[in-house]
Design a protein around this ligand. Structure first.
Ligand code: MG
Length: 325
């Protein structure tokens, strides 16, 4: 850049803008354990794919739908980032959609705060309701969902979508608990656990024998949970008693993902924390604003997509996802 160009761009504020973007692209990886080097190259960069959202959530890599689908919960719409990087509305309005996953046949399954239901998108674009009531009463506000190895769809049902006016419609909960639910491939809905205060993100281990669930009670109550619990899954159809897996001091762990070797990725207030299967913290992919959710995808399954406030970001890792989040 010559001096005249510099002065002109400086007057327009473009130089400062360029500098800020360069700074954002700097590595923001924290290595707490040498094993984190097996997960991510220290030179890896976080790329911002989109930063025009209000509260991005529910990233779901769906090449058959055209790319990466995600929810902008507070803007009440879903968006799609195409393979060429273009971003366009996908479902607008979305009933304050939040978590997404693909079912065993590749159909998009979505949790809706406003609709207080879990829906599946059919090939013709119509939505089939998979769950909206339990024991005759409306669900709270389904938050996040994951596919089990047996084809069942699991989801969590905390109260955020009926307690935060910007994320749904404020209502008095009619369910006595905030449960983890399972939708059998035959459509049967079963409450699997009411052990957590505000169950939120969930992900299965690669063999399907463990279910990780975050508890975000701490975002409603300062003394509430800020933790991830792990449940043994028995024959795919019942959960054993949960045990503590990880706790954070500030913020809450929200969305979860698991890689092919069983490591757990938790979207937290200070970025994505990565844990060994035994719960040891390996490191962190820091984000400027709190991370809400995380998923694996990309052509070879090694790209980690991160929803963080107004942004959807990506970083290429050395490991691939388990394909179950
Ligand atoms: Mg969530």
């Amino acid at each position: 850049m010559n001096r005249r160009t510099f002065l002109r761009q400086s007057a327009l504020g473009l130089v400062a803008l360029t500098t800020a973007r360069t700074a954002q692209a700097a590595p923001i990886l924290r290595f707490d354990d040498p094993e984190f080097h097996a997960v991510v190259d220290p030179a890896a960069r976080v790329t911002t794919l989109y930063d025009g959202g209000r509260w991005c959530e529910g990233p779901c890599y769906a090449p058959r739908l055209g790319g990466l689908v995600f929810s902008d919960v507070r803007a009440n719409r879903m968006m799609l980032i195409g393979g060429d990087g273009t971003v366009r509305p996908f479902r607008d309005p979305s009933d304050n959609a939040n978590g997404n996953t693909l079912d065993g046949q590749g159909r998009l399954v979505t949790c809706e705060h406003r609709g207080r239901r879990v829906v599946r998108a059919e090939a013709d674009g119509t939505l089939t309701v998979l769950a909206d009531r339990y024991e005759g009463k409306p669900l709270n506000s389904p938050n996040d969902t994951a596919l089990a190895p047996d084809g069942a769809i699991w989801f969590t049902d905390p109260i955020f979508g009926i307690s935060m006016p910007e994320e749904g419609i404020v209502r008095t909960p009619e369910q006595a608990a905030r449960r983890v639910y399972r939708i059998d491939p035959d459509g049967t809905l079963t409450g699997m656990s009411d052990a957590l205060d505000q169950p939120n993100g969930l992900a299965f281990s690669p063999d399907g024998r463990l279910l990780y669930v975050s508890d975000t009670g701490g975002s409603l109550n300062p003394e509430g949970a800020r933790s991830v619990s792990v449940f043994p899954v028995e024959k795919g159809r019942s959960l054993g008693a949960p045990r503590p897996f990880a706790t954070v001091e500030t913020g809450v762990p929200d969305g979860l993902a698991v890689d092919a070797e069983g490591r757990v990725y938790a979207a937290c207030g200070d970025g994505v924390r990565v844990f060994r299967p035994d719960g040891r913290l390996l490191g962190r992919i820091a984000t400027a604003q709190e991370a809400a959710n995380v998923t694996f995808g990309g052509p070879d399954g090694r790209r980690l997509f991160i929803a963080s406030g107004p942004a959807l970001m990506a970083i290429d890792l050395k490991v691939r996802g388990s394909g179950r989040a």
